[in-house]
Ligand binder design. Structure first.
Ligand SMILES: C[S@@+](CC[C@H](N)C(=O)[O-])C[C@H]1O[C@@H](n2cnc3c(N)ncnc32)[C@H](O)[C@@H]1O
Length: 323
């Protein structure tokens, strides 16, 4: 095992034995759903940087996999929608983290009459070698783990998720990203990397790692402020701003003309007709925004029409639109 993976293991062993409220800095409010109570210990062990769980991914009782379990909060949220024995598989490489989440599920059972610990099947395993069969998962998730991995390991971890997903299955993720270059001292600081502070990639590189693995559709669902690395407290001469994103990568076949990447752009036709049809599958109703992927935006813009407006990427894509 590389040194930084050993450091990561030790950081999360410690975080399992002694919950560390400030370890990862999510600003997502705690979920409020009828009958769902998140035990305080799970909130204290929320080591994520966003949310990966969304009701729209969870229709038809999907078989769900969650890699890097933490205190089990998101596993409980997935189980809320699934409510079946073994419906959610949780994988983690740190024994102490598996044990902590197991204990937290017992507390969750006491607080949630609908929940049984056996809804979650906890397994020891590594993100880079998942103990899960090929093509067996509908929804796979990870929160704030993949940003820790260096390039080769990230490639392996994404390939593993791709392998275990069924065709059209989806990988939902939250990770820190950073558009500024980071110096080598930061990049090579194993502890800062393990703490999800110095491994983050620019969004375009993160997305490329997913499309290189074969995911044909990418949705960037949210982009939020995450952390600051300042020269007083970190080995950097400039202030570094880190964001976190929520992304879904869908195992759709790769289109011949490249992946569909939705970053929250829309096109609005405002011409003289009731609609505009580019005869390539894109129909814009007058004055109705149509969500478009970046590829479609490029194709429509190249028409150089003066009656279509293109909005910038909002990084808040929530479904629908072209492709
Ligand atoms: C930053 S924490 C995130 C925990 C959880 N996803 C959350 O949102 O609270 C990273 C998690 O990944 C686990 N982990 C670290 N390295 C791993 C690996 N190589 N394979 C699987 N899990 C790993 C840690 O034990 C920890 O539970």
């Amino acid at each position: 095992m590389s040194d930084y993976l050993e450091t990561t293991h030790d950081v999360y062993k410690e975080a399992a034995l002694t919950p560390d409220v400030g370890l990862c800095c999510t600003t997502n409010p705690i979920w409020e759903l009828p009958g769902l109570k998140i035990p305080k210990i799970m909130q204290e062990m929320n080591y994520g940087c966003g949310s990966t769980v969304h009701a729209r991914d969870l229709t038809n009782n999907p078989k769900t996999l969650y890699v890097g379990v933490g205190g089990g909060m998101e596993l409980l949220q997935f189980a809320y929608f699934n409510r079946q024995k073994g419906g959610v598989v949780g994988v983690d490489v740190v024994d102490e983290m598996l044990e902590a989440s197991r204990k937290n599920f017992i507390e969750a059972e006491a607080q949630n009459s609908w929940f049984k610990s056996d809804f979650v099947d906890l397994k020891k395993g590594d993100a880079m070698n998942l103990p899960v069969e090929d093509n067996s998962i509908d929804v796979a998730a990870q929160n704030c783990l993949f940003n820790i991995f260096k390039a080769d390991d990230l490639k392996k971890a994404i390939a593993e998720m791709y392998r275990v997903l069924k065709p059209h299955g989806r990988l939902v993720m939250s990770d820190p990203t950073c558009e500024q270059p980071m110096n080598d001292t930061l990049r090579n600081d194993e502890r800062l990397r393990a703490l999800c502070l110095s491994g983050s990639l620019p969004i375009a590189d993160y997305v490329k790692a997913l499309t290189d693995a074969g995911f044909g559709t990418i949705e960037i669902r949210a982009r939020k402020p995450y952390r600051i690395l300042d020269p007083k407290n970190y080995p950097t001469d400039e202030l570094i701003y880190i964001e976190s994103i929520e992304v879904a990568a869908i195992k759709d076949p790769m289109p011949a003309d490249g992946p569909c990447i939705f970053t929250g752009k829309a096109a609005i036709y405002y011409g003289d007709e009731d609609y505009f049809d580019d005869k390539s599958g894109h129909v814009l109703l007058k004055n109705q925004p149509l969500a478009i992927c970046d590829k479609t935006a490029g194709i429509l813009k190249a028409l150089n029409r003066d009656d279509i407006y293109f909005s910038e990427s909002t990084y808040h894509y929530d479904g629908g639109g072209c492709c």
